[in-house]
Design a protein around this ligand. Structure first.
Ligand SMILES: Cc1ncc(COP(=O)(O)O)c(C=O)c1O
Length: 357
């Protein structure tokens, strides 16, 4: 009875989907979600608890997130004439962008392979998605991308820089050509910016169809679900109309504000450690004769002959990583491992050695 009612009312495309699955990590070593593995020391936590002591959880949060936005502006040194919109993680910002801009007549476009949520969210919003294949070594195929934009006239183009799951930055001149040729809004997603030698903040002064999306998830605040969109205030003010009013809770706002004002130095230091550990891990993988790809993010792709088998063998040893082999033909030999602490990286290497026999 309930089942038939559900089947008659829930959208058929929703019924055909699977819920987003994340394995319960239990006590495993978590190198599958590109989190920052380091926590805070007791002194910083103590100061944070002091900071949130006055938070009024009986009240709705500040709907405009003033204090947190001020902290973000200071942390990232954003220009006064750029707007800032907060999101419950970048995922929510992607959804807000699609809802604000796409009416279904023009697609969302992104290179493939890239961050899966660009496609998933577009489709959930009933907006067509057009993926354009990356070129050799996961570079942006600028000619193909511009041609596809000409044909499909995308309303939004998402470009993750560095890209997930490839870890690559695109060639700067090619990226500029895509922005210049784009008939819609270009969103550069800098989720992995803290590990990358390049960001695109100054480009906001050059292009009228560009905004930047950032998240603090990879910097050490994944549990807070806190991201933001910035760019010319004309864009941000319109997109912000679609954001749900109280999307970031009182405690999330307060802890994120504290982290950006009083924990920033530590988080920046941790990001540097992760970059050093990434380079070391790449060397250690290559020393084993494996193909480990250069990365500008906090993860590394390593090639093996039979990724599902190696993935299973590593997982059963209590180390979680990601098998990308089914995601895209260019990733058919790839496992993705997030950079952890020194001991976690060593545990991964030991598990890999045993898996490869
Ligand atoms: C490219 C990219 N953008 C955004 C996100 C999601 O960030 P958030 O935790 O802020 O939703 C991820 C997460 O893996 C990502 O890979």
């Amino acid at each position: 009875m309930i089942k038939s009612r559900v089947q008659s009312l829930i959208r058929s495309d929703v019924q055909a989907r699977h819920a987003y699955q994340v394995a319960d990590p239990g006590s495993a070593i978590r190198l599958n979600q590109m989190e920052n593995p380091y926590g805070w020391d007791d002194a910083l936590w103590g100061a944070c608890l002091n900071h949130i002591r006055t938070a009024e959880v009986n009240r709705y949060p500040d709907a405009s997130g003033k204090a947190l936005i001020r902290a973000i502006r200071g942390h990232d040194q954003l220009a006064d004439d750029w707007g800032v919109m907060l999101g419950n993680g970048s995922d929510e910002i992607i959804q807000t962008l699609v809802q604000a801009i796409c009416d279904g007549s023009r697609p969302v476009m992104a290179p493939t392979p890239s961050f899966v949520m660009f496609q998933i969210i577009a489709q959930q919003c009933r907006v067509p998605f057009v993926g354009v294949e990356l070129g050799s070594e996961w570079s942006l195929d600028v000619d193909a991308f511009c041609q596809a934009m000409d044909v499909h006239q995308p309303a939004i183009v998402f470009l993750a820089q560095p890209n997930n799951p490839t870890g690559k930055l695109y060639d700067e001149a090619g990226l500029r050509r895509v922005i210049e040729a784009c008939p819609g809004l270009v969103v550069i997603d800098e989720a992995y910016g803290p590990f990358s030698p390049r960001n695109h903040q100054n480009w906001l002064n050059e292009y009228s169809n560009l905004v930047l999306m950032r998240t603090f998830s990879k910097l050490g605040l994944a549990g807070l679900r806190c991201g933001y969109l910035t760019g010319p205030s004309e864009w941000i003010e319109e997109i912000n109309k679609v954001r749900l009013p109280y999307n970031l809770g009182v405690l999330n706002q307060a802890v994120a504000e504290f982290a950006l004002t009083q924990g920033a130095e530590l988080m920046t230091k941790q990001a540097k450690w992760l970059v050093q550990a990434r380079e070391m891990l790449i060397q250690q993988l290559r020393a084993r004769g494996l193909t480990a790809h250069d990365s500008d993010a906090n993860f590394v792709l390593v090639e093996v002959a039979d990724p599902p088998a190696v993935f299973n063998a590593i997982t059963t040893q209590g180390v979680l990583i990601k098998d990308l082999s089914g995601m895209h033909p260019s990733l058919s030999r790839c496992l993705r491992v997030s950079i952890g602490t020194e001991s976690e990286n060593q545990a991964f290497l030991a598990a890999l050695d045993r898996a490869l026999g």
